[in-house]
Design a protein around this ligand. Structure first.
Ligand SMILES: C[S@@+](CC[C@H](N)C(=O)[O-])C[C@H]1O[C@@H](n2cnc3c(N)ncnc32)[C@H](O)[C@@H]1O
Length: 232
């Protein structure tokens, strides 16, 4: 993360909730997520979508507590979990060791600062993390993902992406999101006000221009979209 040019977006700056403490990661973050997501079910669904053979390599970007990477490791894949947060990386490293996950590598890096060689991975997954970047930088991040994937590599993006129905005001999609998470309305309002979730037509176009074919795009819940993409 050294020697970045002056115009480089600082992806380490705090945008979302600050889970700075390692112990807090599991106790607080996973508990909060359980109020409106079934993360284990999401991970099973993503692993089923990817249909990767044993030993295939998968990168998780913005891993948080690394639940996808740990599930992937237990499923026989070679998982690499990255996050800009040192607390997150340390939490995943420790937890994977305690659980005896056979093949899990961790690294402190993000969408913009990962420096894996081209064509390193069979697949990449990112959940609830890309919205931390403004759109101009999301596009840079998506290019980086395409670069580190092997030809025919798959990418699953799961994030808050706003869809606006015909005749609806853009703000209605924000309200639907906030109302869909009754126990986390303060966080959801802050997400809308301060984070960088974008509209689906912008995300569609950015994925295509970054070189991905969108195989499917499905709503996981109100405003959470799942894109399953492939690099040609
Ligand atoms: C809301 S959590 C999502 C964690 C997990 N992927 C999930 O689905 O629950 C967002 C994570 O993205 C990380 N993050 C924020 N900006 C990032 C960036 N530019 N590159 C990689 N990770 C980033 C944060 O540190 C945090 O761990």
């Amino acid at each position: 993360m050294m020697n970045a040019p002056d115009w480089q977006w600082n992806e380490v700056q705090q945008v979302g909730t600050d889970y700075a403490d390692v112990a807090e990661m599991g106790a607080t973050y996973d508990k909060r997520m359980a109020e409106f997501r079934d993360v284990d079910a999401e991970n099973r669904e993503m692993l089923a979508m990817l249909e990767l053979p044993a030993g295939a390599s998968v990168l998780e970007i913005g891993c948080g507590t690394g639940r996808f990477s740990r599930a992937a490791g237990h499923a026989g894949l070679a998982a690499t979990a990255i996050d800009v947060s040192p607390a997150s990386v340390e939490y995943v490293r420790r937890t994977a060791q305690e659980e005896g996950v056979p093949d899990l590598t961790t690294r402190q890096a993000g969408f913009l600062t990962m420096d894996f060689p081209p064509a390193s991975f069979d697949a990449a997954v990112s959940g609830a993390a890309l919205h931390h970047l403004p759109d101009a930088w999301k596009y840079v991040g998506l290019h980086n993902i395409a670069r580190v994937l092997k030809p025919c590599g798959q990418f699953i993006l799961r994030d808050v992406v706003f869809t606006v129905a015909e005749g609806e005001r853009p703000e209605d999609s924000f309200l639907r999101f906030v109302e869909s998470v009754p126990t986390m309305q303060t966080e959801a309002m802050r997400h809308v006000a301060r984070e960088f979730s974008t509209y689906d037509w912008i995300m569609d176009e950015m994925l295509a221009r970054a070189g991905f074919v969108i195989l499917s795009k499905s709503p996981a819940s109100e405003c959470f979209l799942v894109y399953h993409c492939r690099k040609p």
